[in-house]
Design a protein around this ligand. Sequence first.
Ligand code: SF4
Ligand code: SF4
Length: 195
Amino acid sequence: MTTDILIRETAPAPVPDRAGEGIRVVPGRACGTCSLCCKVVGVEELAKPIGAWCLHCVRGKGCAIYDARPPSCRRFHCQWLLADGLGPEWKPERAKFALLKSENGRHLTAFVDPGFPSAWRRSPYYENLKQWAADGARNLADLHLVNVMIGPRCTVILPDRDVDLGILGADEMIRLEPSGIGEIIEVKKIRRQSE
Ligand code: SF4
Ligand code: SF4
C-alpha cells in the first residue's frame, strides 16, 4: 500500500476579512498585518514562484489587486485562520511559516519563510509537527503526510526522522510507503503522471 502526494504550491492570499466566502474562519481571527502566504506559497496564475514575494503585495497592508486577485488567492486560507486549537504564536507573521491542509486533510504542509529557514524547528512548532506526523502515520494503510517547504525545497517529517528530499520539481510528487520493517515509513520523490 502506497500513498502518493502531489504538492500543490499554488494558493496564497492576504485578505483582511474573508467572511462571506463560505469558509468558517475562527471568530476574531483575520489576516490583519500578515501577508506571509503572499511570499511563501506559489501562485500559478501569476507565475509567482514559491518563496518569493508577490509583486502585488503591499506588506503589512494586503493585496494591491484585491478585487482582481486570482482564484487560488481567493481560495487560500491558512490553518491559523481555520483551526481553533492554534494559538496566537501560530499566526504566520509571528511563526514565520503558514500551515496549509490539502487532500481532504490528509496532507499538512508548513510553507516556511526562506528568510527564517529554521523557524519550523523552534518550540512549540517542531514538537507539534512531529506529533502530527506520528498521528498521520498511525494507520499504515492510510498514511497522512506532514512536510515542510522552504521555497521549492521539501522536507518530510516522519515520526522517527526528517527526510530532506531537496528540490521538489513541478513534475514530481512524494510517495510514502510502509517499509515492512516495524513502523518505519519510506519516502521518495517520484515523477508524476500528467493530469
Ligand atoms: S495577488 Fe494579491 S493575494 Fe495573491 S499573492 Fe499576490 S498579493 Fe497576495
Ligand atoms: S498566512 Fe494566513 S493569516 Fe497570513 S495573510 Fe495568509 S491567510 Fe492571512
